[in-house]
Design a protein. Sequence first.
Length: 617
Amino acid sequence: MNGKSVQIYAGRAREFAWKLTPRRVRPLLRGALTLARSEPAVSTGVAWGLIMLARLFLGGAVGMADNFDGHRLMCQLGVAPHPIPASQPLWAYLTPRYDSYTWYGESCSAGGSGQPYLSTEYFPLLLAKLLTGFFGLPGALDLRMLGIIFALCVAAAIGWTVSELPGPMWARVLIASGIGLAVADSAVAPYFISPFSEPAAVLGMLLLIPALLRLLGRERVRVRDLVLVAAVAAWTIGAKTQMASLLLVVVPVLLLRPSRRLIRHRGVSRARRIPGRIAVRIPASPLPHIPTLQLRRRLRRRLRPGLPLSLRLWLPRRLPGNRIARREAERARRFLRWAAVRTPALVICVLLVGGTVEFQRHQPRWLNEITRYDDVFTSILGHSPNVQGDLRALHLPADFAPAAGSSIVADNSAATLPDYPRFVHRATFGDILAFYATHPLRLFGVADRGLAGVAATRPSYLGNYQASSDAAPYEQDCRLCIASAAFTLTEPFRWVVIPGLWIGAAIGGVRLARRRSAPARARGVGVLLASVGVATIAQFWTVMLTEGDSDLEKHMLPVVLGTMLLGPLVFAAFAAADQIRPASAPDAEHDVPLPRGTADEEAADAPADPSIALEPA
């Protein structure tokens, strides 16, 4: 069957479907088709908004039961969960309704520390509380309203992704739909109706995709795009402390391309060719204290083409005579030029890193203590073949040995021992990293447990349905379990499949990003693919080395989502690479070399003008 026959059969199928459509529905359907053809980004976003709403609410709302982690955010809004029957098992069902309640003192803090828990998830929860009262729903806050907010935000992120992706429209819609399918999976979507901070991190990851595509769609990035990426990254990092690993990817991407362009001075008088060099333009009076004749002499002798004039005049007139000093001076020239064209990006990166450090410093001390406890007693000592030896390596008392494998609230917790203050004041993350540096083989066990947590995709002890439904206690939603089933199938081969996908995506993205013949937008897709692969690896190890084995499946949600996003992004990379055309061979009739010194040659050499300055894009 050839292509013409396929078109004929497709046309007949459309005619048959149109005849079956009721006459009253035809105008609406015609308007929807017209909108889809004229505004594909808007129509794709609207379609996925409706899909997300149906996925979350059709047949009863699905969400995530609270394991008491939600209290540290919900109490700041002055609400408490609606009372449940005494016979109902704990954490077995979703409780979307929260009633007004006044919390006093340390009762509304992280672990009674008196310090509030900081997360950007607070703002969607606050909006959900306002909308709950606006629509007259029972209670002070209904988490189902939060699900509507995130469904609309996901729709906006998918529509924005369609508008920023390169390639043909059908491929862009298909790639964005793949991203929407990953978010609608049962491993991710139930978090949107929950009091946890994970939904804000998921939304930030989705918005980073089009923001980075917009930033990398030009050879010289714009300052407003840099600010946009930094704002989305700050939102994502502010959702959870573990998301600070995102800096390892965002900062290099912000500094990847120059954000300023070179222009000529206004005082250009004429073009002049320096023998043996490119054509340059000598300004009539670039600086008041440098005569024009002296400036010409310096240009002929020492200045290198392509460096801003302001930096050239600042550097010494003569380079040192020895080879090492000349090499260092040339390296300094290159660094100055690199930094000069990335000044806005450098300022934004400093602000982003400084804000992240301050965010980490202002988190409650209790969370820091729990994280270190889980790292030492659950991850290291809980899987140790020599507990006493590991305690000596960590510089901890030997009487902590009975607490190996315990949690901080367990009966045999080390918090009940008299030497526990020594652990609180002396054990640091630096000691934990130093332990793994001296015991590198233990990292294989850490990685194996982490990969098993990724393959599990979600915690099994938290129910997804309401108590009013017919679901059994702790029953989990499986309306869309594509990714969950795929991870379950790969669990026996997790050491090969999951890391192979991360590393392969990073390598493929780097190869596409390094293709100079590709346009900026195609190389931007390569940078994005490599960034997601590297960020997923960094997030995996951040969770394992900070949170340890405690609630592993829940903390691995960004890793699971990042792994699922690699599928659509790999397809986007292939679509972008397909747009690259090989450079054609030079035409002998038209590509005739010009004689040296002609006006056309001087015009061709104009971009390397030494009399140039810096101006924001």
